[in-house]
Ligand binder design. Structure first.
Ligand code: PGA
Length: 311
């Protein structure tokens, strides 16, 4: 059991989870009865130096109640220079959040100036690593091949990759959303075993929603997350797809989080701007607690549709 979160159900720890990622977890019933524990992740991007990180995580720790994390996993993804500081704080004060990173190289060591290896992150107790965020793909020319290699490197070190996929505005306008998502999933996941894929978290992040204040509607997020799950079922089998956690990301805030999380295939949220402030992030965590079936209704009384069976 990790010293980071002694009170949490075993989640992602090398000793407990790789072979049985979701089977022991509580919460979201999958299409075939599998359960998926929600994961709310704060992607700080290039914000907060290590002093600001200390204040933010301490503030979060003071506000978090045991019931907030009883059925929800929470991760924070600070810049590399903050990780050691945040690790010391969450371990020393038993703050029930998992440590995350925003990226890593796919090699364990070597002449890769400026890069950080997955081995280094694992030694720091990092549990989740964001892989292939659209900003890495766009600004740093991260290719599909590099995304696939990085994802495998993260798995090799028994950390959990958060694989980001999503379409651009023009792809959406041109009706190419599903083609884009399936191409990204295929290139990242093809060839992995079902048990490995079951450990992955996929974040559906439409590019037009990131940092724009223009979040996807809950219905659109559900459609895309369901499509992700069905595509993964085709690649790795329906057991892996039923265990896979699918996050939505893009302009998540305390006002839209509960609606997004009420959707049956949205298993968590990847939060950028709204994760920088502890109070705001906590509101999103609280809005993400699993709902009873009675609450799984759209505003206006329309019940959500039953997710299609895995193909
Ligand atoms: P945002 O970012 O919440 O600020 O839109 C999300 C992300 O890029 O992960």
């Amino acid at each position: 059991m990790s010293p980071v979160d002694p009170d949490l159900p075993a989640e992602g720890s090398p000793a407990s989870s790789p072979a049985s990622p979701a089977s022991a977890r509580t919460s979201r019933p999958g299409p075939d009865g599998a359960t998926r524990r929600p994961l709310v992740s704060g992607n700080w991007k290039m914000h907060h130096d290590h002093i600001e990180a200390l204040h933010t995580v301490r503030d979060l720790g003071l506000r978090l109640r045991a019931e907030d994390v009883a059925k929800v996993d929470v991760s924070v993804h600070p810049p590399f220079t903050d990780i050691r500081t945040v690790q010391t704080l969450v371990e020393g004060e038993s703050i029930p959040v998992s440590l995350g990173a925003q990226h890593c190289n796919d090699h364990d060591r070597g002449a890769y100036t400026g890069e950080v290896s997955p081995q280094m992150l694992a030694r720091l107790g990092v549990r989740y690593v964001i892989v292939g965020h659209s900003e890495r793909r766009r600004h740093f020319a991260m290719t599909d091949e590099a995304v696939a290699a990085t994802l495998r490197a993260v798995l090799r070190h028994e950390m959990t990759p958060i694989l980001c996929v999503g379409e651009s505005e023009s792809e959406r306008a041109g009706g190419r959303t599903e083609a884009r998502l399936s191409a990204q999933l295929d290139s990242a996941l093809r060839g992995l075993e079902g048990a490995q894929v079951a450990r992955v978290v996929v974040a559906y992040e439409p590019l037009w929603a990131i940092g724009t204040g223009n979040a996807a509607t809950a219905v659109d997020a559900e459609d895309a997350c369901l499509f992700v799950r069905q595509t993964v079922a085709g690649l790795a089998g329906s057991d892996a797809a039923a265990s896979l956690r699918v996050q939505y990301g893009g302009s998540v805030n305390p006002q839209n989080a509960a609606d997004l999380m009420a959707e049956p295939d949205v298993d968590g949220l990847l939060v950028g701007g709204a994760s920088l402030n502890a109070a705001e992030f906590l509101e999103i965590v609280r809005a993400s607690r699993p709902v009873t079936s009675a609450r799984r209704h759209r505003p206006g009384g329309q019940p959500v549709r039953t997710p299609a069976a895995d193909p």
